[in-house]
Design a protein around this ligand. Sequence first.
Ligand code: DCP
Length: 594
Amino acid sequence: MNIDHRVIALIDMDCFYVQVEQRLQPEFLGKPCGVSQYYTWKGGGLIAVNYEARDFGVKRGMRGEQAKELCPDFHIFHVQEVNGKANLNRYRDASADVFRVLNANFKLVEKASIDEAYIDLTEDVQKLKDKKLQLTINDFSTTHLAGFTTKTEDERIEILNKWLNDCQLDDEKRNYDLLLGAHLVEQIRKKIKDETGFFCSAGIARNKILAKLCCGFNKPKKQTIFTQSDIDHIFDKTPVQKIQGLGGKAGERVVELFQVEYIGQLRKYSLDMLQTSMGEKDGCWLFNLIRGIETTPVSNRNLYKSISASKNFPGKTCLDTIDKIRTWCHNLAEDVFNRLEKDRAENKRRAKLLTVICTLATNETITRSCPINEYSIDRFANDTLRILKQYNKNSLTSNIFTPVIHHIGISAGKFLDNINTKSIADLFSKQTTKIETIISTENIINCQEEEEEDDNEEDNNTEENILEKPTLPIQGDFFRKFQKSDEQTKIQLKSENKTTTSSSSITSFFSRYTSNENILNCSPNKIDDHYITCSKCHKSILIWNMPEHEDFHYAHELQIEENKTNSIIKSSKTIKRKNTNQTLDSFINKKSKM
Ligand code: DCP
């Protein structure tokens, strides 16, 4: 597939939590509303605000009381609380309703957050081409073109109509597939509204970054097309930090380093200059991005990578006794447990790793993990408590905990798929269970400590958003794929007389600035010194690779058995690892290089 002819859409629900509440209480439809969390101080902190309220200047992050001063009719919905902790199930269930519609209609849907999804429409558009549709402006009642600010509906129609005719008449049909993509998105947005009651907006472009960017250009209830020819003049007015992946410290660093405000201002820097300052991979990524080239694929990911619960304990609400900490470990464990059980039933998978994050009064943020041997509230709670107790400077007999705790989060991840499949994969998974027992929960893994931004005095209820952010595109792995797959990138780079070999020795410029996006994401490739000794071969193995390593031993033992009896030879030759086409032989050969 030629990557530059992809058609990618980003669907983003409008003021999502407010719509979820309004669906339950329709009498508030059309009225200025917001959702607040923890109704404790000055009307609680607003985490979602609808567009009617935004017209009065009400913004996310304001206190409910402040919103009422700006807009006296402002109605506040409150996030449900269970055991003193925000319960987001209502929003998760509503999100599932939306994803059901998307999955029923498209093959390649990536869940980007609780209310955002990328869709790769390329194939659907190709199929639509065969139908030789004659589309009119009536098929695009909510569509806008990026780069055109239209004040009236007449203006919008005039501009879009011209573009629509150009697209259909253009012999090369350069933008025709974007047009067809926009047509599909108009239809799916209507379907979402009909089937769930929710409005959404969308961006349609050649890649995920542009789709994400332009989705925000005309919100709510609208969609925007970003054509390649508009890149330069739009980027000239787009602040660097509006680009996904450059929103946080990475963006700040780019602005500081190159003394620019808008992303388009970076065009004046050669590839060489960008790479010299940022490293080979990230310099190359940015060089291409500025020219509208970005090739991160839409991954068929509908499931969360981790299931988490967290809670802030600001100021006097801090946890200063073992009893309080025990209660909260239990509350959080219960939340995670209930969702894990639901996830296991629905998705046939099982989490293998429990990660605990905690912020102490000393401002230290600690992240520790341990294997999950079974789903159990008590087990999760006890493991969490045991980890936290390691940081207690008081005597073991005292109930007082010092330094006090201001944040606890627990997260279950590293899922093992297809746990119900009766196959050789099942045997592997059983073996994995044994391995976890060998490792035992006494082996607490020290994960790398990451900085957490102190964003609020209360939970901001964003565990989905924090934890489930799609992987940022600007990292080593991304570039390896990028340089291999994108013809245009190679041409671009050749014309600059540059080679694009990926260098593992170059520290990724961006990886140093993205940690706040993935606070709880204790990814194994970030930790390189946590090894355990394999009880079978006594090799030192990275703990996360242990299940796979043990699979190797298991497969090896099977191979020995295979050599012993002909019947086993026959059956074992057909054994394949799940999701791969490898035979047992190739599996063993590969693994024996470990
Ligand atoms: N959310 C949250 N805390 C935040 C940000 C968001 O709890 N700091 C929740 C409430 C939002 C939902 O996530 O409704 C989706 O977040 P979005 O950023 O997509 O914002 P909205 O959907 O509310 O508004 P918009 O229409 O601008 O996308």
